[in-house]
Design a protein around this ligand. Structure first.
Ligand SMILES: *[C@@H]1O[C@H](CO)[C@@H](O)[C@H](O)[C@H]1NC(C)=O
Length: 277
Protein backbone atom coordinates (compact mmCIF):
# COMPACT_ATOMS: atom_id res chain seq x y z
CA UNK A 1 0.00 0.00 0.00
CA UNK A 2 1.28 3.48 -0.87
CA UNK A 3 0.63 6.15 1.72
CA UNK A 4 -0.80 9.46 0.47
CA UNK A 5 1.28 12.63 0.89
CA UNK A 6 1.04 14.05 4.42
CA UNK A 7 -1.10 17.01 3.36
CA UNK A 8 -3.68 14.74 1.73
CA UNK A 9 -3.64 12.47 4.76
CA UNK A 10 -4.34 15.47 7.03
CA UNK A 11 -7.22 16.54 4.81
CA UNK A 12 -8.65 13.05 4.90
CA UNK A 13 -8.32 12.83 8.69
CA UNK A 14 -10.07 16.19 9.01
CA UNK A 15 -13.13 14.86 7.21
CA UNK A 16 -13.36 12.08 9.81
CA UNK A 17 -14.01 14.59 12.60
CA UNK A 18 -17.56 15.07 11.34
CA UNK A 19 -20.12 13.07 13.34
CA UNK A 20 -20.71 9.62 11.90
CA UNK A 21 -24.19 8.20 12.23
CA UNK A 22 -24.77 4.48 12.11
CA UNK A 23 -27.73 4.97 9.80
CA UNK A 24 -25.52 6.41 7.06
CA UNK A 25 -24.66 4.24 4.12
CA UNK A 26 -21.18 2.85 4.48
CA UNK A 27 -21.22 3.03 8.26
CA UNK A 28 -21.95 0.54 11.04
CA UNK A 29 -25.04 0.35 13.23
CA UNK A 30 -26.09 -1.92 16.07
CA UNK A 31 -28.24 -4.60 14.45
CA UNK A 32 -29.28 -6.44 17.60
CA UNK A 33 -28.05 -9.76 18.98
CA UNK A 34 -27.26 -12.72 16.74
CA UNK A 35 -27.51 -15.09 19.78
CA UNK A 36 -24.60 -17.14 18.44
CA UNK A 37 -21.24 -16.25 16.91
CA UNK A 38 -21.23 -15.91 13.14
CA UNK A 39 -18.60 -18.50 12.27
CA UNK A 40 -20.44 -18.72 8.94
CA UNK A 41 -23.06 -16.27 7.66
CA UNK A 42 -24.94 -15.77 4.40
CA UNK A 43 -27.80 -13.73 3.01
CA UNK A 44 -30.70 -16.12 2.32
CA UNK A 45 -33.06 -13.65 0.64
CA UNK A 46 -34.02 -9.99 1.00
CA UNK A 47 -35.38 -10.59 4.52
CA UNK A 48 -33.17 -13.13 6.21
CA UNK A 49 -29.52 -13.63 7.09
CA UNK A 50 -28.54 -17.11 8.25
CA UNK A 51 -25.82 -17.68 10.82
CA UNK A 52 -23.94 -20.82 11.79
CA UNK A 53 -21.60 -21.31 14.72
CA UNK A 54 -19.62 -24.34 15.83
CA UNK A 55 -21.26 -26.57 18.43
CA UNK A 56 -20.30 -24.89 21.71
CA UNK A 57 -21.77 -23.86 25.06
CA UNK A 58 -23.84 -20.90 23.83
CA UNK A 59 -26.37 -19.46 26.28
CA UNK A 60 -29.08 -19.52 23.59
CA UNK A 61 -30.83 -22.89 23.71
CA UNK A 62 -32.92 -24.90 21.28
CA UNK A 63 -34.62 -28.25 21.90
CA UNK A 64 -32.75 -28.69 25.18
CA UNK A 65 -29.22 -27.97 23.99
CA UNK A 66 -27.05 -24.94 23.09
CA UNK A 67 -27.91 -23.45 19.69
CA UNK A 68 -25.34 -23.12 16.89
CA UNK A 69 -27.76 -22.01 14.15
CA UNK A 70 -29.78 -18.78 13.87
CA UNK A 71 -31.67 -16.59 11.42
CA UNK A 72 -31.59 -12.77 11.68
CA UNK A 73 -34.25 -10.56 10.15
CA UNK A 74 -32.96 -7.61 8.13
CA UNK A 75 -36.07 -5.49 8.83
CA UNK A 76 -36.86 -6.26 12.47
CA UNK A 77 -33.29 -7.03 13.64
CA UNK A 78 -34.71 -9.98 15.55
CA UNK A 79 -32.98 -13.35 15.75
CA UNK A 80 -34.52 -16.78 15.98
CA UNK A 81 -32.31 -19.75 16.86
CA UNK A 82 -32.45 -22.79 14.60
CA UNK A 83 -31.68 -26.44 15.22
CA UNK A 84 -28.72 -27.91 13.35
CA UNK A 85 -27.94 -31.56 14.00
CA UNK A 86 -24.22 -31.78 13.27
CA UNK A 87 -21.12 -29.79 14.24
CA UNK A 88 -20.49 -27.17 11.54
CA UNK A 89 -17.04 -26.20 12.83
CA UNK A 90 -14.66 -25.79 9.86
CA UNK A 91 -17.26 -26.59 7.18
CA UNK A 92 -17.35 -24.92 3.78
CA UNK A 93 -20.48 -23.59 2.07
CA UNK A 94 -21.93 -22.36 -1.19
CA UNK A 95 -25.16 -21.02 -2.69
CA UNK A 96 -27.09 -23.25 -5.11
CA UNK A 97 -28.65 -21.92 -8.33
CA UNK A 98 -32.17 -22.60 -6.94
CA UNK A 99 -31.60 -20.24 -3.99
CA UNK A 100 -30.77 -22.88 -1.39
CA UNK A 101 -27.53 -22.82 0.55
CA UNK A 102 -25.48 -25.87 1.38
CA UNK A 103 -22.60 -26.50 3.78
CA UNK A 104 -20.13 -29.35 3.67
CA UNK A 105 -18.28 -31.25 6.38
CA UNK A 106 -17.06 -29.97 9.72
CA UNK A 107 -15.95 -31.37 13.00
CA UNK A 108 -16.72 -34.48 14.97
CA UNK A 109 -19.15 -34.16 17.88
CA UNK A 110 -17.71 -32.24 20.80
CA UNK A 111 -18.95 -31.50 24.29
CA UNK A 112 -18.21 -29.05 27.13
CA UNK A 113 -14.65 -27.71 27.12
CA UNK A 114 -14.30 -28.60 23.45
CA UNK A 115 -13.67 -32.20 24.45
CA UNK A 116 -14.54 -35.15 22.21
CA UNK A 117 -18.24 -36.00 22.46
CA UNK A 118 -19.46 -38.49 25.06
CA UNK A 119 -20.16 -41.13 22.38
CA UNK A 120 -17.13 -41.82 20.20
CA UNK A 121 -16.87 -43.01 16.63
CA UNK A 122 -15.56 -46.59 16.24
CA UNK A 123 -12.00 -45.25 15.69
CA UNK A 124 -12.12 -43.70 19.15
CA UNK A 125 -10.42 -40.58 17.78
CA UNK A 126 -13.51 -38.42 17.28
CA UNK A 127 -17.02 -37.92 18.61
CA UNK A 128 -20.20 -39.37 17.08
CA UNK A 129 -22.53 -37.49 19.49
CA UNK A 130 -22.42 -35.58 22.73
CA UNK A 131 -24.96 -35.95 25.53
CA UNK A 132 -24.69 -32.30 26.72
CA UNK A 133 -24.40 -30.30 23.47
CA UNK A 134 -26.36 -32.96 21.55
CA UNK A 135 -24.32 -32.41 18.41
CA UNK A 136 -23.69 -35.21 15.94
CA UNK A 137 -20.51 -35.79 13.94
CA UNK A 138 -20.46 -33.25 11.07
CA UNK A 139 -17.35 -34.44 9.24
CA UNK A 140 -19.30 -35.87 6.27
CA UNK A 141 -22.36 -33.62 6.52
CA UNK A 142 -24.21 -32.02 3.64
CA UNK A 143 -26.59 -29.47 5.23
CA UNK A 144 -29.20 -27.90 2.96
CA UNK A 145 -31.18 -24.77 3.80
CA UNK A 146 -34.03 -23.42 1.71
CA UNK A 147 -34.31 -19.75 2.77
CA UNK A 148 -37.75 -18.72 4.03
CA UNK A 149 -39.40 -15.36 4.57
CA UNK A 150 -41.44 -13.95 7.47
CA UNK A 151 -44.65 -15.24 5.89
CA UNK A 152 -43.40 -18.84 6.15
CA UNK A 153 -43.60 -21.24 9.08
CA UNK A 154 -40.08 -21.60 10.43
CA UNK A 155 -41.17 -24.73 12.30
CA UNK A 156 -41.97 -26.46 9.02
CA UNK A 157 -39.45 -28.89 7.54
CA UNK A 158 -39.28 -26.70 4.47
CA UNK A 159 -37.68 -23.85 6.48
CA UNK A 160 -35.41 -25.95 8.70
CA UNK A 161 -31.87 -27.08 8.09
CA UNK A 162 -31.86 -30.50 6.44
CA UNK A 163 -28.92 -32.15 8.19
CA UNK A 164 -29.10 -35.93 8.29
CA UNK A 165 -25.84 -37.70 7.38
CA UNK A 166 -27.64 -41.07 7.27
CA UNK A 167 -29.70 -39.79 4.32
CA UNK A 168 -27.34 -37.35 2.64
CA UNK A 169 -23.60 -37.09 3.19
CA UNK A 170 -20.29 -36.73 1.42
CA UNK A 171 -18.21 -39.75 0.53
CA UNK A 172 -15.27 -38.41 2.55
CA UNK A 173 -14.75 -36.68 5.87
CA UNK A 174 -13.74 -33.06 5.20
CA UNK A 175 -12.55 -30.40 7.62
CA UNK A 176 -11.45 -27.14 5.94
CA UNK A 177 -12.55 -28.26 2.47
CA UNK A 178 -13.31 -25.81 -0.34
CA UNK A 179 -16.66 -25.62 -2.15
CA UNK A 180 -16.85 -24.03 -5.60
CA UNK A 181 -19.75 -23.58 -8.01
CA UNK A 182 -19.28 -24.86 -11.55
CA UNK A 183 -20.98 -23.50 -14.65
CA UNK A 184 -23.71 -26.15 -14.67
CA UNK A 185 -24.76 -25.43 -11.06
CA UNK A 186 -22.90 -28.39 -9.61
CA UNK A 187 -20.63 -27.76 -6.65
CA UNK A 188 -17.20 -29.33 -6.44
CA UNK A 189 -15.98 -30.07 -2.92
CA UNK A 190 -12.20 -30.09 -2.70
CA UNK A 191 -9.70 -31.46 -0.21
CA UNK A 192 -9.67 -30.81 3.49
CA UNK A 193 -8.46 -32.89 6.40
CA UNK A 194 -10.02 -36.05 7.76
CA UNK A 195 -10.36 -34.77 11.32
CA UNK A 196 -10.43 -31.52 13.22
CA UNK A 197 -7.43 -30.27 15.09
CA UNK A 198 -5.03 -31.30 12.34
CA UNK A 199 -3.01 -28.88 10.24
CA UNK A 200 -1.52 -30.24 7.05
CA UNK A 201 1.95 -28.90 7.66
CA UNK A 202 4.07 -31.93 8.46
CA UNK A 203 7.84 -31.57 8.64
CA UNK A 204 9.49 -33.39 7.04
CA UNK A 205 6.65 -33.62 4.53
CA UNK A 206 7.48 -37.17 3.41
CA UNK A 207 3.87 -38.20 2.66
CA UNK A 208 2.54 -35.09 0.91
CA UNK A 209 -0.58 -36.73 -0.53
CA UNK A 210 -2.04 -38.50 2.48
CA UNK A 211 -0.04 -37.17 5.46
CA UNK A 212 -0.31 -40.57 7.08
CA UNK A 213 -4.07 -40.64 6.56
CA UNK A 214 -4.76 -37.18 8.02
CA UNK A 215 -5.17 -35.34 4.69
CA UNK A 216 -8.12 -35.82 2.31
CA UNK A 217 -6.58 -35.11 -1.13
CA UNK A 218 -9.71 -35.71 -3.22
CA UNK A 219 -12.65 -33.91 -4.79
CA UNK A 220 -16.28 -34.95 -5.18
CA UNK A 221 -19.45 -33.28 -6.43
CA UNK A 222 -22.77 -32.11 -5.04
CA UNK A 223 -25.25 -33.19 -6.18
CA UNK A 224 -23.25 -36.39 -6.55
CA UNK A 225 -22.74 -37.70 -10.07
CA UNK A 226 -22.12 -41.18 -8.69
CA UNK A 227 -18.38 -40.95 -9.35
CA UNK A 228 -16.15 -41.99 -6.45
CA UNK A 229 -14.10 -39.15 -4.92
CA UNK A 230 -11.12 -38.52 -7.20
CA UNK A 231 -7.58 -37.83 -6.08
CA UNK A 232 -6.32 -34.36 -6.99
CA UNK A 233 -2.62 -33.87 -7.71
CA UNK A 234 -2.98 -30.19 -6.79
CA UNK A 235 -3.51 -31.26 -3.16
CA UNK A 236 -0.20 -33.17 -3.22
CA UNK A 237 1.61 -30.28 -4.87
CA UNK A 238 0.33 -27.82 -2.28
CA UNK A 239 0.63 -30.19 0.68
CA UNK A 240 1.64 -28.31 3.76
CA UNK A 241 -0.73 -25.40 3.29
CA UNK A 242 -3.84 -26.33 1.33
CA UNK A 243 -6.66 -25.78 3.81
CA UNK A 244 -9.74 -24.07 2.34
CA UNK A 245 -8.20 -24.08 -1.16
CA UNK A 246 -8.87 -20.66 -2.65
CA UNK A 247 -10.92 -21.17 -5.80
CA UNK A 248 -13.09 -19.06 -8.02
CA UNK A 249 -15.36 -19.79 -10.92
CA UNK A 250 -13.77 -18.42 -14.07
CA UNK A 251 -17.03 -17.86 -15.93
CA UNK A 252 -15.83 -19.87 -18.92
CA UNK A 253 -18.37 -22.64 -18.72
CA UNK A 254 -17.88 -25.60 -16.50
CA UNK A 255 -14.65 -25.00 -14.67
CA UNK A 256 -13.04 -22.96 -11.93
CA UNK A 257 -9.53 -21.81 -11.18
CA UNK A 258 -7.36 -22.52 -8.19
CA UNK A 259 -3.67 -22.27 -9.03
CA UNK A 260 -4.39 -24.64 -11.82
CA UNK A 261 -7.36 -25.07 -14.07
CA UNK A 262 -10.06 -27.56 -13.30
CA UNK A 263 -12.66 -28.67 -15.78
CA UNK A 264 -15.80 -30.41 -14.64
CA UNK A 265 -15.64 -32.95 -17.43
CA UNK A 266 -11.88 -33.34 -17.60
CA UNK A 267 -11.04 -32.95 -13.91
CA UNK A 268 -7.86 -31.11 -12.99
CA UNK A 269 -6.27 -29.95 -16.21
CA UNK A 270 -3.60 -27.60 -17.42
CA UNK A 271 -5.34 -27.18 -20.76
CA UNK A 272 -6.04 -23.49 -21.27
CA UNK A 273 -9.54 -22.64 -22.35
CA UNK A 274 -10.58 -19.70 -24.49
CA UNK A 275 -11.83 -16.68 -22.62
CA UNK A 276 -15.31 -15.55 -23.64
CA UNK A 277 -15.24 -12.31 -25.63
C1 LIG B 1 -32.28 -26.91 -4.44
O1 LIG B 1 -31.50 -28.00 -4.87
C2 LIG B 1 -31.00 -28.83 -3.82
C3 LIG B 1 -30.06 -29.85 -4.44
O2 LIG B 1 -30.66 -30.58 -5.45
C4 LIG B 1 -32.14 -29.44 -3.04
O3 LIG B 1 -31.64 -30.24 -1.99
C5 LIG B 1 -33.01 -28.32 -2.50
O4 LIG B 1 -34.13 -28.84 -1.80
C6 LIG B 1 -33.47 -27.40 -3.62
N1 LIG B 1 -34.18 -26.26 -3.08
C7 LIG B 1 -35.43 -25.97 -3.37
C8 LIG B 1 -35.99 -24.73 -2.77
O5 LIG B 1 -36.11 -26.68 -4.11
Amino acid sequence: MTLPPVSLLALWLATLSQPVLGSLAGSFADGGNTQISAMMMFVGNNEKVYILDKAEGNAAQINGHPAWGAVWDINTHETQVMDVATNVFCASGMHLPNGSFVTFGGNGAIGPGGNIGSVRNPSGASGAWDAVYQDFDGSKSIRVLNPCTSGDDFNSDQCKWFDDPATLSMQKQRWYSAAEMLGDGTIVIIGGFVNGGYINRNTPNNDPTFSGGAAEPTYEFFPSNGQPAQQMAFMTKTSGLNAYAHTYFDGLGTGFRASQLFDHALGPTAKPRKRAP
